[in-house]
Design a protein around this ligand. Structure first.
Ligand code: F0G
Length: 373
């Protein structure tokens, strides 16, 4: 057994890093691909339905995959500071990987609109946290403007090294299944992740894609085919923040799934390319549906993801029920972040099952027996 040291060491031959480049890693990647058992039975689905639980990465989201590669490259190039706009998870990851590398992280977050756990992460890792009186899209615009003159490296997904790290999730899925799934469903906000998965699946199949934004001269890595075939890519947005459904930017995006409260996705063209090349589609989920699915997954399967993540399963189950995803298919849903980042949303939804009793044996016994009868 050799110790797992993170995804750059694991996949270096398939990433744009020469052997001598030192990886800045927290052991990200290798997240479980959990086969759902109770939900498929519940909905009468006879295929295979998996969740890739990215909430088990070091900072609790898939962003760690992108951040290990973006920060590794930034440090390799001699950068002393990184900057990002974020709805919370990117800033948590940027803060953690910057502290690991001994450099400074500047993070711009929309005031009052990020989950408390994510804000705590940015603070505890020592990032410079700039709360802006605007949304993510405003933050993204400001980051691009500031980086024109300030000596900082942008680590949002417009940095092509971010997507290089994130593509490894597709590698892991192909390795686990021995093939590509038929359908891959995921939540879409800034649209980097759907793009990254498509790059990853394409490289596993030895195929080209217009989604890859890494300059060709930097693609000195293997794209040898491991399997044939790629999945249909299906992206789900929150109904109040669904530019891909509206056909253009949404001015005032609004959703309880704050992680994907984005109206002007940066990877617009690459995400469309992924959808078109794969024969997939975009759809939207209401806030109510998203929160219902988050609880349903937690109650039925023991997996607690954050609201934005539940959009993938929410949409997949709807399409399964409608027959749009045929019965018998192999389906993977990415659960992008950990539910523990945002306990408020559960508390707000009501603490069902909470019983208050006096500290007496008889009272506790009665509470148990009432429940079992
Ligand atoms: N799910 C979660 C939990 C996220 O944090 C994000 C994006 C997405 C899905 C959407 O992924 O942007 O690649 O389409 N969060 C970013 C952030 C924007 O700042 O943390 P995407």
């Amino acid at each position: 057994m050799t110790r797992y040291t993170g995804l750059i060491d694991q996949y270096r031959s398939r990433l744009p890093f020469a052997p001598e480049v030192r990886a800045i890693s927290l052991g990200e990647g290798r997240t479980p691909l959990i086969k759902l058992e109770n939900i498929p039975k519940d909905v009468g689905f006879e295929g295979e339905l998996y969740v890739k639980f990215e909430g088990l990465n070091p900072t609790g989201s898939f962003k760690d995959r992108g951040m290990t590669s973006a920060v590794t490259q930034a440090v390799h190039e001699g950068s002393r500071a990184i900057i990002c706009a974020s709805t919370g998870n990117t800033s948590a990851a940027a803060a953690a990987y910057a502290s690991r590398a001994g450099i400074t992280a500047f993070v711009l977050i929309p005031e009052g609109k990020i989950a408390l756990g994510k804000l705590a992460q940015a603070v505890v890792h020592g990032a410079v946290v700039v709360q802006i009186q605007g949304n993510f899209d405003d933050g993204m615009r400001l980051v691009k403007e500031v980086a024109e003159t300030a000596p900082v490296t942008i680590v949002n997904s417009i940095n092509p090294f971010r997507l290089q790290g994130q593509k490894t999730a597709a590698f892991e899925i192909v390795e686990a299944l021995g093939r590509a799934p038929d359908y891959h469903c995921l939540p879409v906000g800034n649209a980097g992740n759907i793009t990254a998965y498509w790059i990853g699946y394409s490289e596993m199949a030895g195929m080209e894609t217009a989604s890859n934004s890494l300059p060709v001269e930097l693609r000195k890595y293997s794209t040898a085919a491991v399997v044939s075939g790629r999945p249909k890519m299906v992206g789900f947005q929150a109904a109040g923040a669904a530019p891909f459904l509206r056909g253009g930017p949404v001015k005032e995006p609004e959703t309880v799934a704050t992680a994907i409260r984005i109206g002007d996705p940066q990877s617009w063209n690459q995400a469309w390319a992924a959808q078109k090349e794969s024969g997939g589609w975009f759809d939207e989920c209401s806030d109510e549906e998203i929160l219902k699915t988050q609880r349903y997954l937690a109650e039925k399967e023991g997996v607690f993801c954050e609201p934005a993540s539940a959009a993938s399963l929410c949409g997949a189950l709807r399409d399964i029920k409608a027959g749009k995803i045929p019965n018998g298919s192999t389906v993977v849903c990415t659960l992008t972040g950990n539910g523990l980042k945002d306990p408020d949303i559960i508390v707000k939804g009501g603490l069902q099952g909470l019983i208050q009793v006096p500290a007496a044996r008889s009272a506790v016994e009665k509470a148990l027996l009432d429940r079992l009868s």
